[in-house]
Design a binder for this molecule. Sequence first.
Ligand code: ZN
Length: 185
Amino acid sequence: MPDGLTLILQAMHFAADRHRDQRRKDVQASPYINHPIAVAEILCAVGQVRDVVTIAAGILHDTIEDTETTAADLMARFGAEISAVVEEVTDDKNLSRDDRKRLQIEKAHLKSAHARLVSLADKICNVRDILEHPPDGWPLGRKREYVAWARAVVQRIRGCNRPMEEYFDALCARADTAFGPDASV
Ligand code: ZN
């Protein structure tokens, strides 16, 4: 196995290649890879996570769900541990959007410590994007709904990383001010 830093750079290279034709939903249509990089940065800079498996899984977290990558591809390149964490944070695209969202809430607390950290960093990045670089054309209600759902997922995994949870809570407070609190949760 390569050393940690090499592995992280290999994951970055691989994810950049796999996501190369994808864009985020913001007005500027930012390159998709900005998102997994931001997830890894939050893990490291806010969460103080120094564990290579978690950081690499953060970089790779959307490759199975959103690109042609399989768990076997990740296993061959990055080993069973990283591949298993990415699988844990991958939604089953055969299910409806509502079912996928519901299952994320229901199963969040059953995930490994690595997967919880990646999920938390992912929700942080998405809520921050909704505040700062919102998806083009999303009405207020949809933004509010996303934040409420992210909160429900994070609620189930509290206790995994205090600084990231506090960062997430501060973003949600900003979202409440910007979009109004969601009365349904
Ligand atoms: Zn993501």
